[in-house]
Design a protein around this ligand. Structure first.
Ligand SMILES: [Zn+2]
Length: 65
C-alpha cells in the first residue's frame, strides 16, 4: 500500500497508484520515493517510512516533511 502525503488526507492507496484516489495528490515523491506509513509526527512536521523505488533492492528510507 501507499500512503498519501497530503497532511489533510493521509488516505491509504493501492501500491500501483501514482495519484491519491481521495485527494488526487501525487503519491510518489520525486518519482522514486513511495511512502508506506506515517512513523512520527511533531512540531517539526511528519516523518514517513518510504521505499526508494530507484534502487533495485528497494531499500527503506525515511522522508521528513
Ligand atoms: Zn490524498
Amino acid at each position: 500500500m501507499s500512503l498519501c502525503l497530503n497532511p489533510d488526507c493521509l488516505a491509504v492507496n493501492p501500491e500501483t497508484h501514482q495519484f491519491c484516489q481521495k485527494c488526487g495528490q501525487k503519491l510518489w515523491l520525486k518519482e522514486r520515493h513511495q511512502a508506506l506509513k506515517l512513523i512520527g509526527q511533531g512540531g517539526f512536521g511528519k516523518t514517513f517510512l518510504a521505499v526508494d523505488l530507484d534502487k533495485p533492492s528497494r531499500p527503506h528510507c525515511v522522508i521528513k516533511q
